[in-house]
Design a protein. Structure first.
Length: 87
């Protein structure tokens, strides 16, 4: 596993409008959404970085108005699921 440590200057950390106690938890979440929104990581990778389950991540996408990357394969899976669920 590759681990990267990100150093944030004190003046930048102090300027972020969150309680300082939340920064360690909130910054990886925001980074995950930003990377996913730009198409740089998959949803699974972004969720792992954010440490969020699928539903919390989808909620976060909606809150931030980030469009979900939806593949043709995922669409086929959803259609199959809908067919079996309605039978």
């Amino acid at each position: 596993m590759m681990a990267i440590t990100l150093s944030i200057p004190d003046e930048v950390a102090m300027a972020i409008k969150w309680p300082q106690k939340q920064l360690d938890r909130q910054l990886p979440i925001e980074m995950a959404f930003a990377l996913y929104g730009r198409g740089l990581v998959s949803m699974g990778s972004a969720r792992r970085l954010a440490k969020l389950d699928k539903w919390a991540f989808l909620e976060g996408l909606a809150e931030r108005q980030i469009e979900r990357h939806y593949s043709e394969h995922e669409l086929e899976e959803d259609i199959e699921y809908a067919k079996t669920d309605s039978e």
